[in-house]
Design a protein around this ligand. Structure first.
Ligand code: SF4
Length: 392
């Protein structure tokens, strides 16, 4: 029988704890109560219980690399610090050869996944994307290609003049393994028009993922929090994700993203604090009872807070990443990469057993008492990795 700690026992949230202990689903009203509570430790204790019931004492990470193929974008979402127009001096676009070279270098440090996104490019043809996937798969057929947000898929479908399903089928045939979860922002229409006017609607975002899931594909999903949305907007967002997950079971993990306020058109005086980030991760874990994995995204949180989040419902620290642009152009002060050793240390210190995972959150290696693999120290490092380590 579960021992209920003193503070939970005497908390106004005790009824929610009891529901979680009995594996009962909580309501949207419960989720809002959790968000509004100032008793962060009790919210965290409930989330930790939910997390332990799902995954036990394990916490995972992935060895991956990010590649942004281009930051040119035909849209101008107000919150975005990443997108550039062709006239901008700091716009970029990589050739397929350059992307393959980045991937080849990253394979030397043992990546199992490439995470590839970009803006909605004004002129690259559909064949650029399929050729890119094919060339990357030629490097190593085991390398997982997690690419494109839902809005990129809609853009590619428009380019290819095909349905979303046909577009996804062609991308899959070329090597696409998983969709990324980016672009969900906050689903409520009024918030979406305030921060990302012109972007796809919530229905379109969910429909791209629904279609991919029905084709047997898997993906992650996100929520960008801490800008102009209310706590009820967050609950509404989680509600829609939980409903789609009930329908398809296609999401392998949920990644809450803390808003970064610099260099964009929606200055927010009070961006997400540590308290807000921990409660958002905790409520997500408790409410999303049909998700196995909740990621603490260290790029937005910093590794120290992401580590604490492992006691507030998160069971994953995301990845090594190697070269992050989107959050850093918006002011994130975290380094552009984490070494495997740093993530192992963070997980172990938090009292969890580290697990190296793949794109689908499946274990590759359970590192019970093992030291960090040698490659962390002796890897043949890429130039980018050397530069990032020098500035980390
Ligand atoms: S968020 Fe995405 S779609 Fe919007 S402007 Fe930035 S890159 Fe373009």
């Amino acid at each position: 029988m579960q021992t209920v700690n003193f503070f939970v026992q005497h908390s106004e949230l005790r009824d929610i704890y009891d529901k979680v202990a009995a594996s009962e689903r909580i309501s949207e009203t419960d989720a809002l109560r959790l968000f509004e509570s100032k008793d962060l430790n009790v919210v965290g204790a409930i989330a930790d219980l939910a997390c332990q019931k799902k995954v036990g004492n394990r916490a995972s990470y992935i060895i991956n690399r990010y590649i942004n193929y281009s930051n040119y974008c035909i849209l101008s979402c107000q919150f975005c610090s990443f997108a550039r127009k062709k006239r901008d001096a700091d716009g970029f676009q990589f050739s397929i050869e350059e992307i393959v070279e980045k991937a080849r270098e990253a394979l030397k440090i043992g990546i199992t996944e490439l995470h590839i996104v970009g803006g909605l490019h004004p002129s690259l043809p559909f064949s650029y994307y399929t050729d890119m996937l094919r060339e990357l798969k030629k490097l190593d057929s085991r390398l997982r290609l997690k690419c494109f947000t839902a809005i990129e898929i809609l853009h590619l479908a428009w380019l290819a003049k095909k349905s979303v399903e046909q577009t996804l089928a062609e991308l899959k045939e070329a090597g696409l393994d998983s969709l990324t979860g980016g672009g969900a922002e906050i689903f409520r229409k009024e918030v979406r028009s305030a921060i990302a006017k012109g972007k796809e609607s919530a229905e379109e975002y969910l429909d791209v993922h629904r279609t991919w899931h029905r084709m047997g594909g898997r993906s992650t999903c996100t929520m960008l929090y801490g800008h102009v949305e209310s706590l009820s907007d967050r609950v509404d967002h989680l509600r829609q994700l939980r409903a789609l997950q009930d329908e398809t079971r296609g999401f392998v993990g949920f990644v809450p993203l803390a808003y970064q306020p610099e260099d964009n058109d929606i200055p927010v005086e009070n961006p997400p604090t540590g308290f807000d980030s921990l409660r958002t991760i905790a409520v997500s874990r408790i409410y999303l009872d049909n998700f196995d994995h909740i990621t603490a995204y260290w790029v937005g949180l910093g590794l120290k807070l992401a580590q604490v989040a492992l006691s507030y419902g998160a069971d994953d620290l995301h990845g090594t990443i190697i070269e992050e642009h989107i959050f850093h152009m918006a002011g994130a002060t975290s380094p552009q990469l984490q070494t495997e050793a740093a993530m192992l240390k963070a997980i172990r210190e938090a009292g969890r057993t580290p697990v190296q995972r793949n794109t689908f959150y499946e274990p590759i290696k359970i590192l019970e008492n093992a030291p960090a693999p040698e490659r962390t120290e002796n890897a043949a490092r890429s130039k980018v990795l050397e530069d990032n380590l020098a500035t980390a």
